[in-house]
Design a protein around this ligand. Structure first.
Ligand code: GLY
Length: 400
């Protein structure tokens, strides 16, 4: 009896804390997003190019950077609007989400890179999840067909980028994220070809992208005819043999999601190995927001990457529901990350053109987007807050 009472007390305390975090985080996010919507409308009205449709980041002067739908980041802002709608049920966010999603929809036919998965699943994927509208369902299936055209059976992977002479067939760890679109398309269409491609890609990545300590390279370049590995590199990280923080986050999220979709234990084992690499890394700071690369030479005087932290938190909330012995650790770490981001990484109210989180690092070796707000950090932060609260209520982390 006493044990049950203690358990109930622990559960209700968890719900109260999570609801408090989510309430605080979403309230702030709503206010900031009002600012960002206004700033976006203003920037659009002044833009010389009509195809700039959605916000990405701030430039070095603090001006809002708008991007066209073809940019890999274009789906995240509409995804944030869908998360605001999911939490608040406020139709205002639904209307804005529909508007911004519509601007990304043409990307369903853009097979120029693997990013069709990122763009369509964060925007249209959330739209379909929350509305069940057949219009969105059709787009998900078309986008998966587009992504399938980049699959090479000799390699066993979807090709990430085109037009880089030095890499005939580059596959980046980020590409694991695009598999979610493929699994969804098989569920929605009954066509198993998308599922088969996703599983083959995940298996090839599992075989070739990881080091013995379960950190991952960023880019594996394959021979497109024979399927053999040509090079292993870390393009956006400090060095080829270093562990680029966001890459580790993509891998963690990707293999956790693959386990959800397939129930194949090897993906869960891989996700847990990646989690252990991250959590046991001696350079992971006490607030659990990583430096931009786990091997960055100047740690602790290196920029953090709040985006990597947000992706990790969201992934760990899901992973903790599948893991046995480490479940509590993963959930506590995700809570710590969310708490750190909410209390120490947010913009000042009404500032930074309405972005939510500061201190992300986009591409440090290219000297691009260092210590900035960026929309994919905000997207995964809102996703993590949503998952935290659903978990506390005993619901699956993703609303079906
Ligand atoms: N997918 C590109 C990046 O994570 O920067």
């Amino acid at each position: 009896m006493k044990k049950i009472a203690t358990l109930l007390l622990t559960l209700s305390t968890a719900i109260v804390y999570a609801q408090h975090d989510a309430k605080k985080g979403f309230k702030f996010a709503e206010n900031q997003t009002d600012v960002l919507l206004k700033a976006t409308a203003e920037a659009k009205s002044k833009a010389t190019k009509p195809n700039l449709v959605t916000p990405r980041t701030l430039d070095s002067q603090g001006n809002l950077v708008l991007i066209p739908s073809r940019d890999w980041v274009s789906g995240f802002f509409s995804g944030e609007l869908w998360y605001l709608y999911e939490y608040t049920h406020n139709k205002k966010w639904q209307e804005a989400a529909k508007d911004f999603t519509a601007k990304i929809e043409p990307e369903q036919n853009n097979g120029d890179s693997h990013d069709v998965g990122f763009k369509i699943y964060t925007s249209v994927g959330n739209a379909y999840r929350l509305t069940n509208d057949a219009h969105y369902k059709a787009i998900i299936i078309t986008a998966a067909k587009t992504l399938s055209t980049r699959f090479n059976p000799a390699v066993g992977c979807i090709k990430s980028w085109d037009g880089r002479k030095e890499w005939p067939f580059p596959v980046i760890i980020d590409n694991m994220m695009n598999l979610e679109l493929m699994f969804a398309a098989t569920r929605l269409s009954g066509d198993s070809s998308f599922y088969k491609i996703a599983v083959t890609h995940a298996n090839t990545t599992l075989k070739n992208h990881f080091r013995p300590d379960y950190s991952s390279y960023h880019v594996i370049d394959y021979d497109p005819a024979m399927g053999e590995v040509r090079h292993r590199q870390t393009h956006q990280g400090y060095a080829d043999e270093s562990a680029w923080a966001r890459g580790q986050a993509w891998g963690l999220y990707g293999f956790t999601m693959c386990y959800r979709e397939t129930h194949d234990k090897k993906y869960l084992v891989q996700a847990e190995h990646i989690a252990q690499f991250i959590l046991n890394n001696p350079t992971l700071p006490a607030d659990k927001v990583p430096y931009w690369d786990f091997n960055a030479p100047g740690i602790p005087n290196e920029p953090r990457d709040a985006s990597a932290a947000a992706i990790m938190a969201s992934a760990l909330y899901e992973l903790c529901t599948y893991s046995g012995t480490n479940s509590k650790l993963y959930r506590a770490t995700a809570d710590k990350i969310v708490n750190s981001l909410t209390n120490n990484y947010t913009a000042k109210a009404g500032e930074s053109q309405g972005f939510i989180l500061l201190h992300s690092t986009g591409h440090k070796p290219a000297k691009s987007e260092i210590d900035v707000p960026i929309s994919y950090a905000d997207y995964y932060y809102l996703e993590a807050l949503t998952r935290q609260e659903r978990l506390a209520k005993g619901e699956h982390v993703i609303k079906p």
